[in-house]
Design a protein around this ligand. Structure first.
Ligand code: G3H
Ligand code: 13P
Ligand code: ZN
Length: 323
């Protein structure tokens, strides 16, 4: 067992309090490899933004849980060397069992999500409560989820979304003791959030449901998953250089900006990073067919990621300068 404070991580309590008061959202960016992690840390250090490093169960399986833990620790050391320290939480994204949450806490995570959204309401409460009881003994933050997002949530996938019912939220947070709540108001996971044909509009997020939830649990930190904007510039490059991604659309940035002014304190973004990397790598390899050194394409992909995360922090989440 290593406690997250020994690794230099923070839990999310203070981050969320400041974000709520300052009306901005903490970026929660996923990583699976070195270049993504370097980009997240560099962008957040450059913009003086607090950050939540997200690791999914899939990321743990892909990269190895021990290696990821040392990478997280290494990222803190790297940031210190840059001379720009910002608060960093290491968070389990979409934990699907008590055992996985315990394992992450033992590996030094400062925050875990227990995603019981596919369970019945009472089963979700029972599982989430059990995780909270363990996590709080170690001063680790817990995110729960109510409502179902369409798209893939690690191993759990759903064709349709079920909006969060505002009638449930007060009971859920009181009975479980969670520190934050992920809700479903029209976002979804992945690169195909909205199917929009020519001339069709992206349906707006359900701000009416968000307002009702805020009314029921005033001042309680809310989390938005599935918040990539599926930036058209990356889709265009991907399709120009051999890709095939059509009819895709994400959450418009102005809607996310609006959400940061509410109780939304954490915004999850993964797919935009995947798309940015893929666009740069596709273009590079198409233009340089004899190249074979991964640094030649992963380097520019990382540079693009840094620019994209800096843009999100400054212009979308409002977290720049808040470290
Ligand atoms: O919400 C899911 C995240 O984008 C993580 O995706 O399970 O493929 O690592 P993953
Ligand atoms: P996106 O697929 O929209 O990037 O959402 C990521 C997410 O919610 C991670 O938990
Ligand atoms: Zn998610």
């Amino acid at each position: 067992m290593v406690h997250y404070t020994e690794l230099g991580f923070k839990n999310t309590r203070e981050m969320f309090k400041k974000a709520m008061d300052g009306k901005y959202a903490i970026p929660a960016y996923n990583f699976n490899n070195m270049e993504q992690l370097q980009a997240i840390i560099t962008a957040c250090a450059n913009t003086s933004s607090p950050v939540i490093l997200q690791i999914s169960k899939g990321a743990r399986n892909y990269a190895n849980e021990t290696l990821l833990r040392y990478m997280g620790q290494g990222a803190i050391e790297m940031m210190k060397q840059m001379g720009k320290e910002v608060p960093v939480a290491m968070h389990l994204d979409h934990g699907d069992s008590y055992e996985l949450c315990v394992s992450c806490i033992e590996y030094g995570f400062s925050s875990v999500m227990i995603d019981g959204s596919s369970l019945s309401y009472e089963e979700n409460i029972a599982l989430t409560t059990k995780v909270v009881e363990y996590a709080h003994q170690h001063d680790v933050s817990v995110e729960g989820e109510l409502g179902v997002l369409a798209g893939i949530e690690d191993d759990v996938s759903s064709e349709v979304s079920h909006y969060t019912d505002p009638n449930d939220v007060e009971d859920f947070v009181n009975r479980t003791g969670v520190d934050s709540l992920a809700i479903s108001i029209g976002t979804s996971h992945g690169a195909y959030k909205f199917k929009v044909g020519p001339g069709e509009e992206i349906p707006p997020l359900r701000f009416d449901i968000l307002e009702e939830i805020e009314h029921r649990i005033p001042g309680f930190p809310i989390v938005l998953h599935g918040s990539s904007s599926v930036m058209p510039k990356y889709i265009k490059i991907i399709n120009e250089y051999g890709g095939d991604m059509h009819g895709t659309a994400g959450v418009p940035e102005d809607q996310l900006r609006k959400a940061t002014k509410s109780a939304v304190c954490k915004i999850n973004i993964d797919s935009d990073g995947r798309l940015a990397m893929t666009a740069v790598i596709r273009e590079f390899l198409a233009k340089n067919p004899s190249a074979f050194d991964p640094r030649q394409y992963l380097g520019p992909a990382r540079t693009e990621l840094i620019a994209m995360y800096e843009h999100k922090n400054k212009n979308v989440l409002g977290s720049a300068g808040k470290a």
